[in-house]
Write a protein that binds this ligand. Structure first.
Ligand code: PEP
Ligand code: MN
Length: 338
């Protein structure tokens, strides 16, 4: 249920309703808009008569949310959520944020060289995995904490926020020291224990879409995090499994406008893991931005032919710079800045 307060109602009226809800054992999630407050009420609301709450002073209406995801839906928060990661604003509909970097952190030279090039081209967030969910147990599994230290150092050197994947609960605390955005990978989108603990964290989460997840399952995954009180989630479309085998996955471009209708959360897309081939990353990136995404997550490697992970889909730094030039033409055409 959400309780929509009247515009500009007093703080006292809001608090009276909140207190009653807490007294009855519900969790209350408050969304304070520019002129209106909406209270998200979760718990067992089946037996509640919503009209009871409409009698409280300052309440405009109390409505049941028909979607299974509540706090992720626009019913609870009407305005776009804008996330702040070390000063980089993501979401809100005005800007497109570029996140770029290698699949995996391999060495100081690799990371710094790549970071230098993507920063110069206009990226705002540096990506790099330290814990890698590899399909094969024999593949390089990542540098772990040493990799995170390099990521922080490169981020500081080139004034970039950082994003890296968290694979399990035990990694979270250490990662918070080094990383500005925690990524949940496609393979972990339905790791509900991990999502629940990330709900307690007060740092943005980049939640990738599971490779066979419906949009509703994806939003329910975000709900696990939101219901813990962490409202800073960036949804990332990264391609889904279909019958097509030519590309690694199939980019679901329609997910971008669909999410923007259903949810207030920022939505970005990752063309690299969607298509899996370097020569197709740029056209997909152009399409993603034209479709209205809030950002792009792109794999770039200073020397992709020697990459330990995902080399064939990683852009050369020159290609990334060229992509940025192209996006400087496309982005203003859809009413945004980059
Ligand atoms: C990644 O971003 O490196 C990654 C493993 O992505 P995904 O979870 O989308 O496969
Ligand atoms: Mn990768």
């Amino acid at each position: 249920m959400v309780i929509v307060m009247q515009k500009h109602t007093s703080e006292e009226n809001i608090e009276r309703v909140v207190a009653e809800l807490i007294h009855r054992g519900f969790d209350v999630h408050r969304s304070t808009g520019s002129d209106q407050t909406v209270l998200g009420v979760v718990g067992n609301i089946d037996t509640i008569d919503t009209r009871e709450f409409e009698l409280f002073e300052g309440v405009q209406e109390a409505v049941r949310v028909s979607e299974p995801y509540k706090l992720s839906s626009r019913t609870w928060r009407r305005e776009n959520t804008v996330i702040n990661a070390r000063g980089v604003k993501i979401g809100g509909g005005d800007t497109v944020v570029m996140m770029a970097g290698p699949c995996t952190i391999e060495s100081e030279n690799q990371l710094f060289e790549t970071a230098r090039r993507v920063a110069r081209a206009g990226a705002k967030v540096l990506r790099g995995g330290a814990y890698k969910p590899r399909t094969s147990p024999y593949a390089f599994q990542g540098m772990g904490i040493e990799g995170l230290k390099l990521l922080r150092a490169a981020g500081d050197e080139f004034n970039l926020a950082t994003v890296s994947e968290v694979m399990e609960i035990s990694q979270i605390e250490k990662m918070l020291e080094y990383v500005d955005i925690l990524q949940v990978g496609a393979r972990n989108m339905q790791n509900y224990n991990l999502l629940t603990v990330l709900g307690q964290v007060r740092k943005p989460i980049l939640l990738k879409r599971g490779m066979s997840a419906t949009i509703q399952e994806w939003l329910l995954a975000s709900e696990y995090i939101m219901s813990g009180g962490n409202y800073e989630i960036i949804l990332c479309e990264r391609g889904i499994r279909t019958f097509e085998t030519y590309t690694r996955n199939t980019l679901d471009i329609s997910a971008i406008p669909v999410i923007q209708k259903l949810s207030h959360l920022p939505v970005i897309a990752d063309p690299s893991h969607a298509v899996g081939r370097r020569d197709k990353v740029m056209p997909l990136a152009r399409a993603i931005v034209a479709a209205g995404a809030d950002g792009l997550l792109v794999e770039v490697h200073h020397d992709p032919d020697k990459a330990l992970c995902d080399g064939p889909q990683s852009l050369y730094p020159d290609q990334f710079a060229r992509l940025m030039d192209e996006l400087h033409i496309i982005v203003p055409a859809v009413g945004r800045t980059i």
